[in-house]
Design a protein around this ligand. Structure first.
Ligand SMILES: *Cc1c(COP(=O)(O)O)cnc(C)c1O
Length: 356
């Protein structure tokens, strides 16, 4: 008798390495800078909305998550038919693979980029085609366009790119879209869109309106500080959004998550002030790093990238000694989230100990 066997691709799914929690240290406040989370506690109104929703935990969420669809529709100026909600934008990547890829179909993305991509692609038995990022951490969009074949179903553009930092500009995206054939779905992963301060930022909503093969994904996990509640959304042409909704888990977004997301949209002004503070800290950190001899790739998200090669794990260990936890990618580099000012000061100290 043979035991039940999963599909062969399942054994090939790489493990997701989550950012480690900090190790408690006597007499030292520790900071978790390993998961690009928002360091601020939730806003009072958001907590209250979530607490009130928790009173109804014996009930299923309303099937359509109508309240959140309506709030996003109003906020973005798009019809609800062009939206798809999910339990975090990671879930949207899985749903995309599920809805658009047959086994063996190709999915093109930059590398190194978001580590959930290869997992979602492998889970769908599709094939990853990785295009190395340029030495400055930016997407090599010409090479990505050249990597598209008849088998390509999806291209993932991660902007700002996690973990290297730089953002794609609207001009670069337009040039790229002109090169990609219409049968290929181009997904613009804007998980960090609120942090972008580029001279030519992407307008994702305007872009999908001009292109029937473009979908934008966003999340409440980063700027909105709801990582633990798992809410993300896609904005795209109706047939694509409908396909994502069709393969979604029923009742995926919980009532508590929905209430917190709706309250966060209502408190957007206050939340975006916090984002502004983090962007200010990002500039201060970049200047501090420059002073100690480190020029990181232009960070447009809430994190910076240190290219360290073989020194990466030593860097992570030294960070630990200073009471900060970073996200090492062994043999390549370390991603360090922007935290509170004290945490960022320690990052500069860490960099000083690690001459480039
Ligand atoms: C964090 C992140 C996401 C979103 O994650 P969720 O918490 O699942 O919404 C999506 N894409 C990138 C590139 C990220 O870094």
């Amino acid at each position: 008798m043979t035991a039940p066997q999963p599909r062969p691709n399942v054994a090939a799914i790489p493990a997701y390495v989550a950012g480690k929690p900090p190790r408690p240290r006597e007499g030292l406040t520790v900071h978790k800078l390993s998961s690009n989370e928002n360091p601020y506690p939730p806003l009072p109104g958001v907590i209250e909305a979530a607490m009130a929703a928790a009173q109804q935990m014996n009930r299923y969420p309303d099937m359509g998550n109508a309240e959140l669809y309506d709030a996003l529709s109003a906020r973005l100026g798009v019809p609800t038919s062009d939206l798809a909600l999910a339990t975090g934008s990671v879930a949207l990547v899985y749903q995309l693979m599920h809805a658009f890829c047959h086994p063996g179909d190709e999915v093109v993305y930059a590398w190194r980029s978001f580590e959930a991509y290869p997992i979602a692609v492998a889970a769908a038995a599709a094939t990853s085609v990785r295009v190395p990022v340029l030495p400055d951490g930016r997407h090599d969009l010409d090479a990505m366009a050249a990597a598209v074949t008849d088998r390509t179903r999806v291209v993932l553009v991660c902007t700002p790119n996690n973990p290297t930092g730089p953002a794609v500009t609207q001009a670069e995206l337009d040039r790229f879209l002109a090169q990609v054939p219409p049968h290929v779905l181009v997904v613009v992963d804007e998980a960090y869109v609120e942090f972008v301060r580029s001279e030519d930022p992407i307008d994702g909503v305007a872009t999908y309106r001009r292109h029937p093969h473009v979908l934008v994904t966003r999340t409440f996990s980063k700027a909105y500080g709801l990582a633990g509640f798992r809410v993300g959304y896609a904005v795209g042409p109706e047939p694509i959004a409908a396909a994502l909704r069709a393969v979604s888990l029923p009742f995926g977004v919980s009532i508590v998550a929905q209430a917190a997301a709706v309250a966060s949209l209502a408190a957007e002004a206050e939340l975006l002030e916090r984002v502004e503070a983090l962007v200010g800290e990002r500039s201060r950190l970049v200047a501090g790093l420059h002073d100690v001899g480190w020029d990181v790739p232009e960070p447009q998200g809430n994190f910076v990238w240190f290219e360290l090669g073989e020194r990466t794990l030593d860097f992570a260990a030294a960070a630990d000694e200073l009471g900060i936890v970073v996200r090492p990618f062994a043999g390549e580099g370390a991603r360090v989230s922007i935290g509170e000012p004290e945490a960022n000061d320690r990052v500069v100290e860490l960099a000083r100990q690690f001459p480039r």
